[in-house]
Design a protein around this ligand. Structure first.
Ligand SMILES: Cc1ncc(COP(=O)(O)O)c(C=O)c1O
Length: 349
């Protein structure tokens, strides 16, 4: 019953086998090998346009270097107040990009467009003392399990583009958002105005595979140098390529995300049906937030369930009663129906 995070899950068998299959022989290093080129071409097919792709090791690196690629002195990058980039990356995006991150509030883990417009206006291009707006970043799926609709991305893009601000998407859970929306990769990104994407594979069945995808290769010109200086250029890059090659084969990546989301649907249905627990807010990807009795949480832990108790959002202290706790449950490609049903049993007991 592992619901602590999707990166607690191992790697999918097909991806592990592909790594082994690619582990013999020789291939050009530093991204120049045939497999690297094949996978870059595959990204272009998936996104239905020319793209520039840069493999990196972690989601934090993908976010940090994406933001670094568009920064100018005195830059401010806007994100949601609870975004991973501002809350959980130890300042790496600021360290690598030299931009300052500025949090914008909004319901359901999504940036409020009107507040974004206000914040951007507070940092005009001539504001030497305050710094200037230089980028906007959104997370899809969000940190609280919700998903921006295509229309919501359009609205954020419209505001960013009004001031010529590049728009980045943190897609650590890109596949989960995609299948939740039923959109194509192109529809959820460049067709909406996303300029660069942190494309996550690790949480959804890879060993360690993340990529930065630029939809306008012109914007990626400095990236080879930015990545190398950040020590993220892999000599044996073919092993990241191998993971993505298996990940994309026969739509495996989408199947894995559908499974993970389906397991969250099962949790959501079980919690909705329970008379002791309730969903704290609606989610549609592979994360579920629920309010459960503290006694049920203890019971689940004793039975071996792994999950995190979550801080109650300060704006809604009434969400959780005195004998209750807020928990986060994350499902993955490796979650089974038995795991979900076992957890639901703990709530019932
Ligand atoms: C929304 C989001 N972005 C980025 C990351 C980056 O992860 P890492 O640097 O641990 O690979 C995570 C990981 O939990 C995440 O949840």
């Amino acid at each position: 019953m592992f619901f602590a995070s999707d990166n607690w899950a191992g790697a999918h068998k097909s991806i592990a086998e592909r790594l082994l299959a690619e582990s013999t022989g020789f291939a050009a290093a530093y991204g120049a090998g045939d497999l690297d080129k094949k996978v870059e071409a595959r990204f272009a097919e998936i996104f239905e346009r020319e793209v520039s792709v840069f493999f990196v090791a972690t989601g934090t690196a993908a976010n940090s270097l994406s933001l670094a690629s568009v920064q100018r002195p005195g830059g401010i990058a806007f994100c949601h107040t609870a975004a991973h980039v501002i809350a959980d990356e130890c300042g790496a995006p600021e360290f690598f990009s030299s931009a300052r991150l500025h949090g914008v509030p909004g319901q359901d883990g999504k940036i409020d467009p009107a507040k974004l417009a206000e914040k951007i206006a507070a940092f005009p291009q001539t504001a030497v003392m305050h710094g200037r707006a230089t980028a906007v970043t959104i997370t899809q799926a969000t940190e609280v399990g919700t998903v921006y609709s295509l229309a919501e991305i359009d609205e954020i893009a419209r505001i960013a583009k009004r001031d010529n601000l590049p728009l980045h998407m943190d897609g650590a859970r890109f596949a989960n958002a995609l299948v939740a929306l039923g959109a194509t990769p192109a529809e959820m990104t460049w067709k909406r105005g996303i300029d660069m994407l942190s494309f996550g594979g690790t949480k959804n069945g890879c060993w360690c595979a993340e990529a930065i995808v630029f939809f306008n290769p012109e914007q990626a010109k400095e990236m080879p140098f930015i990545r190398k200086r950040a020590a993220q250029l892999f000599s044996k890059s073919r092993f990241i390529a191998a993971q993505f090659d298996a990940y994309f084969q026969d739509g495996l990546w989408l199947d894995l995300a559908r499974h993970a989301n389906g397991m969250s649907d099962r949790l959501r249905a079980g919690i909705n049906a329970s008379n002791s627990a309730r969903l704290s807010w609606p989610t549609s990807a592979n994360e579920v937030f629920a309010v459960i009795p503290k006694s049920a949480a203890r019971n689940a832990v004793e039975r071996g369930a792994k999950f995190y108790e979550w801080p109650v959002p300060p704006a809604t202290p009434e969400l959780v009663g005195p004998d209750e706790t807020l928990i986060r449950l994350v499902t993955s490609f490796a979650t089974s129906e038995a795991d979900v049903d076992g957890f639901l049993d703990c709530l019932a007991a």
